[in-house]
Design a protein around this ligand. Structure first.
Ligand code: GAP
Length: 489
């Protein structure tokens, strides 16, 4: 049973230290969130799982960490300055500001979808405000979503030479480093470059908790292949691998769905994109409105490497990029051919993955007393805390001492905590709610037999384990890394 809605997770996340509204002491900041002690662990575990899966367990992917602020020309030649914008409208009745292309009636039905006049449709009253249903909307305006900043302490706000952007995707930092990585790591195509890090977009309608925010984290990988590779098939292969990865994180396949992005909605660089969608809105009665993008897998062609290269020319023979000092082409030693590699890009969001993982792990169980308890059935690899050591009597120094010693002995092997801030029932309930797979109770008997009770989060079953066997026992119970190893494509 996943969470019935996002609000259930918002409340659990705040109550238990996963995610807090940002800047709360000053009344908050719309759609900004801070990750608390458990949230940061969960995010780190998601990122580590991804990094290990791609960079360590495959032989064909390298990692990098590029700057957030890049030369402005990167965004000029990537096409983001000219095209990375959303259409914005205001409702004259309720004063809401919205993304026009998300509104009912914006796109015409069927074939006419590719070419249409959005403002003509708005003026004809065909497009409806999402808040109040009015059709009294302003014309759409295009709004670039990149955050601007000025470089230099004394830079003038209107000085174009000081203008820079916070990156809206991590991908461009990979493209501009393609040759650096390829040559230093002596890579042959096909190979990939992975990067995880923050991206920023001045979203018109951020919202739904950590689903859409202006500052977020991406896990992107650019996979470089030959120009004659089977690109569209490779997209499908990466989609399958990622679906398996999400399932390995504990997400139920029933809550995942694929969406072939229609041609007219493709980003400027994409020839094909398949989105993996998650059921973030199970409470919505219409099934088609329950889904939102978790990640996308795009075929970006050779668009980016070409755009950033010094040599390519247009139909008139003019260099398409007179500013670049490098040619990001690749020389194939076996065929003796030089070409711009084509790219398959799986681009995932850390925050959306975390939200999907939390929603899918949420469950409720009734205890003997008829009370409902929340259990967060997080996959052990993602659980912020792997084991909680709980003394049955906190006023008994021998029991407390033994519990603390067990905690210390486990710490180098796995993340363990000691907690004596309540009765045992309350302590179990708290650990269940934050997804701790194992609780270890030290009782009076432990002082005699050097054994402890190990309680399972999901079944509430208990077993007695010798302290000397505990670390090994827990490591077995926490299961090894569960993802299937994807074969290089
Ligand atoms: N480089 C390609 C790219 O950035 P995208 O579909 O715009 O593609 C990839 O973004 C992923 O990044 C999304 O599928 C989503 O998981 C995450 N993402 C994008 N915008 C986001 C936002 N405003 N808030 C949270 N996550 C976001």
């Amino acid at each position: 049973m996943p969470a019935p809605n996002i609000d259930t997770i918002v409340s659990l996340a705040k109550r238990r230290g996963f995610v807090f509204p940002s800047s709360e002491v000053y009344g908050g900041l719309g759609s900004a969130w801070d990750y608390g002690p458990l949230g940061v662990e969960l995010c780190n575990n998601v990122k580590q799982s991804w990094w290990r899966w791609l960079v360590y367990e495959r032989d064909d992917i390298e990692g990098i960490d590029s700057s957030i602020i890049l030369n402005r020309l990167v965004w000029q030649y990537s096409g983001h300055e000219a095209t990375f914008h959303d259409p914005l409208v205001d409702c004259r009745e309720c004063k809401s500001r919205m993304r026009a292309d998300k509104l009912e009636g914006y796109f015409p039905e069927g074939d006419q979808r590719a070419e249409f006049d959005a403002n003509a449709r708005i003026r004809a009253g065909l497009v409806k405000c999402a808040e109040c249903g009015s059709t009294n909307l302003t014309d759409e305006r295009h709004f670039n979503m990149m955050f601007r900043t000025m470089l230099g302490a004394a830079a003038d706000e209107n000085d174009p030479s000081a203008l820079a952007y916070l990156r809206p995707e991590t991908a461009q930092g990979i493209f501009i480093n393609f040759l650096n990585v390829q040559t230093t790591m002596r890579r042959k195509i096909p190979f990939g470059i992975a990067q995880v890090g923050k991206s920023f977009r001045n979203e018109i309608t951020p919202g739904n908790f950590i689903l859409r925010t202006r500052e977020f984290e991406q896990m992107e990988m650019e996979y470089f292949v030959k120009p004659d590779a089977e690109h569209l098939k490779l997209v499908d292969e990466w989609v399958e691998l990622y679906v398996e990865w999400f399932k390995g994180l504990g997400i139920d396949a029933a809550n995942l769905q694929l969406h072939e992005v229609p041609k007219e909605e493709l980003a400027h660089y994409s020839k094909r994109t398949v989105d993996i969608m998650y059921r973030y809105f199970p409470e919505r009665p219409e099934e088609e409105r329950q889904w939102e993008e978790l990640m996308g897998i795009a075929y970006r062609t050779d668009f980016d490497l070409r755009s950033h290269s010094s040599k390519p020319v247009d139909a008139e023979g003019n260099r398409i990029n007179p500013d670049s000092t490098e040619d990001l082409s690749y020389f194939d030693e076996t065929t003796k051919q030089r070409f711009y590699p084509h790219v398959i890009e799986p681009a995932a969001g850390v925050n959306r993955t975390v939200l999907a993982v939390l929603m899918d792990a949420y469950s409720e169980k009734t205890n003997d007393k008829g009370e409902t308890r929340v259990i967060l059935k997080l996959s052990p690899q993602l659980a912020p805390i792997k084991a909680a050591i709980l003394p049955l009597a906190k006023n008994k120094p021998e029991i407390v001492g033994m519990a603390k010693a067990i905690k210390r002995s486990l710490q180098p092997v796995l993340r363990a905590v000691y907690d004596d801030t309540g009765g045992i029932g309350k302590l179990y309930a708290r650990q269940d709610e934050i997804g701790t797979p194992m609780c270890i109770t030290v009782d009076h008997q432990s002082l005699e037999d050097e054994a402890v009770t190990v309680r399972d989060r999901d079944t509430w079953e208990q077993e007695r384990v010798k302290v000397s066997d505990l670390a090994e026992h827990l490591q077995k119970r926490l299961k090894p890394y569960p993802n299937p190893l994807p074969e290089p494509v």
